[in-house]
Design a protein around this ligand. Structure first.
Ligand code: SF4
Length: 486
């Protein structure tokens, strides 16, 4: 009998791969990091890890499961002594969900202990890995992040900072990194700033975090973003800023606003909830529907549905209720339960839907499987008409920047026109937000496709970095770490 992650297969969404968090110079650093990671749980639910540094000694705890599964256990937290700590939540894409791929990764290098946690994906990691293997590097994981450790360890530069810069100048793709040495915490974003990373202050201690919601949970003050292409070195001397890359216009991931980031966060200078409600308002202007009620597909469609309802002066109702207590793993007894995946998570509220013309608002359509089942559920509950409105443009292309996406051929919008898709999911009408509407909601007028302000490649196919590894085979680990399963 097979065990599988049923909600991963049935949950038809793009998934952000990771969240990162770090605290420097605080006696409760690891406990603060555990709280920060808990707030970033939406950025990765498969595994979490914390590395703490204590006067030259590093302590590593990496565990499969949710942050609260392991980092609430006193024996785990007691082992994480130290006044600096970094942590990571993971949703695997590159590298299978195994303990040896859980971050932060840690290595003893010639420069001393070095731990690193990464949100993003290096698009030339496999190519670099093959070169490093040829020159003798032995890899212990299949994670792209390990390439950074080998580049740093084999660099011929003399100081840690020079070696770090040497390493990050060789990688391509998206990275928001936090790293820890004995005496330094490091934060860095790729030149385009595709993934978020920001600086906070907690009672005089420096904090690095993927999103502001992770600052809020510990009561830290937002200071500023780590700028695209910026490297910050935090030590007892304070914060030093470096610019290791030639300046280029930034390309923050616009999907962070559509779905990934938590709505109570602000990323790249904008409040996510605010952008999402404006997305809904843009959608209502672009694609009005003859309807009685606006219903979100919870939770991700909710802010856009609120914006749609406000802009169209239609009532907003919770016509679908989400079960928040769905476990992550299920024994798969038969095909029957496989098709129940959507019902495990969502149920129609007949009292709201019966006899109504419904505008159903969701954030995106990926494979189309969930939309099909949700529309069927809404019709079974007695809806007279179903008009589907999607709070993003059609997702026609895969993401290579740290987001779990199916290959292009599995993205239903890459194979079907909007009309075909409407027939497939059996709705009375279907409309997606335009790319210009998405930019307007994010406060911008989209520049031409040579230099738009955001990464929007999953909607346009216009990737802002080289995709050097396309077609290169996935790696295998050469050695196994001693794993602290817990
Ligand atoms: Fe974000 Fe899409 Fe770009 Fe990936 S391809 S970084 S999901 S906008």
């Amino acid at each position: 009998m097979a065990t599988r992650l049923i909600d991963r297969l049935e949950d038809d969404r793009f998934h952000d791969e990771c969240g990162v968090f770090g605290v420097f110079r605080n006696s409760g650093a690891s406990a603060l990091v555990a709280l920060g990671l808990h707030a970033l749980q939406h950025r990765g639910q498969e595994a979490a890890g914390i590395v703490a540094a204590d006067r030259g000694r590093f302590r590593v705890e990496r565990h499969l499961g949710l942050v609260s599964d392991s980092f609430t256990r006193p024996e785990v937290m007691e082992r994480l002594k130290g006044s600096a700590a970094i942590g990571h939540t993971r949703y695997s894409t590159t590298g299978e969900p195994a303990l040896h791929n859980v971050q932060p990764l840690f290595a003893e290098t010639a420069m001393g202990g070095f731990a690193v946690a990464h949100n993003g994906n290096l698009t030339n990691a496999q190519t670099l890995r093959l070169k490093l293997r040829e020159s003798g590097s032995i890899f212990q994981s299949t994670s792209d992040t390990e390439v950074l450790i080998h580049l740093l360890a084999t660099s011929t530069k003399s100081s840690f900072i020079e070696r770090f810069v040497d390493a990050i100048r060789q990688v391509e793709g998206a990275f928001a990194l936090v790293a820890l040495t004995d005496g330094m915490m490091v934060g860095c974003r790729d030149a385009l700033g595709i993934r978020p990373l920001l600086i906070g202050d907690f009672e005089g201690s420096f904090v690095l975090a993927s999103e502001t919601c992770a600052l809020d949970i510990i009561g830290a003050r937002y200071v500023r973003d780590v700028e695209p292409g910026e490297l910050v070195i935090i030590s007892d001397d304070g914060l030093q800023s470096f610019r290791p890359f030639p300046p280029v216009p930034s390309r923050f991931c616009v999907f962070e606003y559509v779905y990934f980031a938590r709505p109570d966060s602000s990323v790249a200078g904008r409040n996510v909830y605010d952008v999402r409600t404006r997305i809904g308002a843009e959608l209502a202007r672009e694609a009005p529907a003859p309807a009685d009620v606006v219903v979100p597909v919870p939770d991700s469609g909710t802010p856009a549905a609120i914006g749609y309802a406000q802009a169209s002066a239609l009532p907003f109702e919770l016509g679908i209720i989400r079960n928040h207590y769905v476990g992550r793993t299920f024994i798969e007894p038969s095909d029957q339960i496989r098709h129940m995946g959507v019902k495990l998570k969502h149920n129609a509220n007949k009292a709201v839907l019966a006899g109504k013309r419904v505008v159903l608002v969701d954030d995106s359509i990926v494979r189309g499987t969930t939309s099909l089942k949700i529309v069927e559920m809404v019709r079974d509950a007695g809806a007279a008409e179903v008009h589907m409105r999607i709070a993003s443009p059609p997702t026609t292309d895969s993401c290579f920047y740290g987001v779990d996406t199916p290959e292009k051929s599995k993205l239903i919008a890459s194979r079907m026109s909007v009309e075909e898709l409407a027939r497939y999911i059996k709705v009375d009408s279907l409309a997606f937000l335009s790319i210009d509407g998405l930019y307007r909601a994010a406060g911008e007028q989209r520049r031409n496709s040579d230099s738009p302000q955001y990464c929007d490649a999953c909607f346009t196919g216009e990737y802002p970095t080289p995709l050097t590894d396309r077609g290169v085979r996935r790696p295998v680990a050469q050695l196994s770490f001693l794993e602290n399963a817990g």
